[in-house]
Design a protein around this ligand. Structure first.
Ligand code: ZN
Length: 237
């Protein structure tokens, strides 16, 4: 069910699922009833109320939205969700893009956020937008966790694309295992977070790789276009 989870402060948890939790996305051609059943099972494993976990309609934008500003049950179109109180459980779905979880460093009272950071979002500033929104609501001492994503050894792109992204985030430049131009999106996200003064915490699960393409216990869009989605999660109990 969980690739990794940790209680980061009293009652506050950060986790990333693996394929044991099953596909959690409604938009990848899976049976809706099956997806909703898996979401309920995930909520039970998290120890939160059924139906309380907030997902978003992700569009590869740089938009960050505050969950408390939306109506209950509204599916928010955004690529980052912020809970100002930290009381609303949040989820981001990925299958190669970078899932990021943030929490203010002042215990279970602080704000939380999840971010869907793909190549376009990284270029367009989804990380900075999220951090700015958190700070505008007085979130301090932000800590971030970067979850499983495709790694720089595996993510091949055309030379022109590598140049375009590296011009904005030099840390994104990579070379694949087979010596072609690549992008290291997790490193790009880390560089952006650290430049914003956000502390990045390590996510690791023994010797298993965080690369979604290499790790068969995770979902990878590049490995299978019919792949499901894993989730990055933050919640308070
Ligand atoms: Zn890899």
């Amino acid at each position: 069910m969980f690739f990794w989870r940790q209680e980061i402060g009293p009652g506050r948890w950060v986790a990333f699922t693996n394929s044991g939790a099953g596909n959690l996305a409604l938009h990848v051609g899976d049976k809706p009833a099956s997806v909703l059943r898996r979401r309920r099972e995930l909520e039970a494993a998290m120890g939160i109320d059924e139906g309380s976990l907030r997902f978003m309609h992700q569009t590869h934008s740089a938009t960050a939205e505050i969950v408390e500003d939306a109506a209950a049950g509204e599916l928010i179109s955004a690529d980052a969700l912020v809970s100002v109180s930290g009381a609303t459980p949040l989820a981001v779905m990925v299958a190669d893009c970078v899932p990021v979880v943030l929490s203010a460093g002042d215990g279970a009272e602080g704000a939380t956020a999840v971010v869907h950071a793909g190549r376009q979002g990284i270029l367009d500033g989804v990380i900075a937008n999220t951090v700015e929104l958190l700070r505008s609501r007085n979130a301090r001492n932000l800590v971030a966790w970067i979850g499983p994503a495709i790694c720089g050894d595996c993510y091949e792109v055309p030379e022109e694309m590598r140049r375009e992204v590296a011009a904005v985030v030099p840390a994104a430049s990579a070379t694949t295992r087979w010596a072609t131009p690549g992008l290291d999106l997790p490193q790009a996200v880390r560089a952006q977070l650290e430049a914003l003064g956000v502390a990045v915490q390590q996510v690791s699960e023994g010797s298993s790789t965080l690369c979604t393409l290499e790790n068969g216990a995770l979902y990878s869009h590049r490995r299978s276009s019919a792949a499901g989605r894993i989730a990055g999660l933050v919640w308070t109990q």
